[in-house]
Ligand binder design. Structure first.
Ligand code: GCU
Length: 408
């Protein structure tokens, strides 16, 4: 049975540009009641409506309950990385839910900085011990998906996992450029498997009976905001300059966090793909049906009802990106990462332009798909680099320049 997008009943995916077909996106600047948005006040109302629509249909409702947190500094090194950094390990405990594990934050602050440093805040995929070779970082004892070459045994990290993703976190470069870095394992907030919610924040907040109960992506986004709460109490960082960053599934979370929480001064979405940066209605790479099938715990129950009718979704992902406006936003793709749909990520960014214009800002300022390894745009930036689904030095070089120009 062919749907409006030529998708069959099977969750098949398409890598053929000629088969993408046409699609109509929901109009960013027209409210559900048909009112046209013409100014910032109108957009701020529409913005609230869009957050609700994403909560009801995609990510689920983020519980608004204020949660009591306790920050415990576990370890401080006043001279880490050969004197480059002050490094802290802080655990964020949930006072009213002692059964929950804390979020273990790893924070690096440039020692040379004379004033509070702007900070990149991003969750990591395999524990804080994965982002650095420094052996005095506690090895995470939490559930992990099984990794390669003995880096896990029975879903727990081993010593071999140290520095496993160091390449994705050029900590020294970040510090030398004057930025702090705060990271935590995303599985501290919820382990990434269908039953992970039972040991995470969703076991105590939310309502599993509701079709708009939050999913894991929503929980990870919420966790980023809790780390932002902590950063606001940390004198060595400038909490008015928090750059939320994330790759792939964590990029989806970073976008949803930035959409809801304006304390994220800027957002970087590295290859966030389907249900992140890429347009859902564009039939290329991963689909809504595919993501809901492979990762049934990521989104709210209602999202699955759109599996075979994406055209009925009241939102599309350009509207998620626009929720970041007027703040700086970086959307990045990789040429070989067709699963994330690079062009769909670019087009999504293009669509944000009228919202940034309401604020007198230029978003991308172009509709021309750039050449590979070329960063384009103004307040919204985009690049498609050569290579695979990953985070590379090239990516970070663009993000640091973007932050230098728009955040500092
Ligand atoms: C899978 C998933 C993507 C996700 C990616 C990742 O490929 O289908 O949606 O972005 O994992 O997190 O690396």
């Amino acid at each position: 049975v062919a749907t409006a997008h030529g998708q069959t009943a099977e969750p098949v995916f398409n890598y053929d540009e000629s088969k993408v077909g046409t699609f109509t996106l929901p109009d960013l600047l027209v409210s559900r009641s048909g009112k046209k948005v013409t100014d910032v006040a109108g957009w701020e109302r529409r913005r609230k409506e869009l957050i609700q629509l994403f909560a009801e249909n995609v990510y689920g409702q983020t519980p608004q309950k204020a949660v009591k947190l306790r920050y415990q500094t576990v370890k401080t090194d006043e001279s880490a990385l050969n004197g480059l950094a002050i490094r802290k390990q802080i655990s964020i405990y949930f006072v009213d839910y002692p059964q929950l594990p804390p979020i273990d934050v790893l924070l690096y602050v440039p020692k040379a900085s004379k004033k509070p440093a702007p900070v990149f805040l991003g969750l990591n995929f395999c524990g804080n011990h994965c982002v650095t070779a420094e052996t005095d970082i506690a090895l995470s004892t939490r559930w992990m998906s099984n990794g390669p070459d003995g880096t896990t045994v029975n879903n727990r990290a081993t010593e071999k996992a140290r520095a496993m993703q160091e390449r994705r976190w050029p900590i020294e470069t970040i510090l030398k450029r004057g930025y702090a870095l705060a990271t935590a394992y995303y599985g501290d907030i919820e382990p990434d498997h269908p039953h992970g919610w039972r040991t995470g924040i969703r076991s105590v907040l939310g309502d599993t009976l509701r079709a708009d109960n939050w999913g894991a992506v929503g929980a990870w986004a919420w966790g980023m905001s809790r780390i932002a709460d902590f950063l606001a109490t940390e004198p060595s960082v400038d909490a008015s300059r928090i750059i939320g960053i994330g790759h792939s599934r964590i990029g989806k979370a970073a976008l949803w966090a930035g959409a809801q929480d304006k304390r994220f001064t800027a957002v970087v979405a590295n290859e966030a793909g389907e249900s992140g940066s890429a347009l859902s209605r564009r039939w290329y790479g991963e689909t809504v049906e595919r993501i809901n099938t492979s990762f049934p715990h990521w989104f709210c129950g209602r999202y699955k009802t759109y599996n075979k009718r994406v055209a009925d979704l009241p939102v599309d992902q350009h509207e998620l990106l626009a929720l970041i406006a007027p703040r700086p936003l970086y959307v990045a793709s990789a040429e070989e990462d067709r699963w994330s749909d690079p062009k769909g990520e670019f087009l999504s960014a293009v669509e944000t332009e009228p919202v940034y214009r309401l604020y007198g800002k230029v978003a991308l300022g172009t509709t021309q798909y750039p050449a590979v390894n070329e960063s384009v745009g103004k307040t919204v930036r985009y690049h498609v680099r050569t290579g695979k689904h990953d985070v590379t030095d090239f990516d970070w070089e663009q993000y640091l320049r973007f932050a230098d120009e728009l955040v500092r």
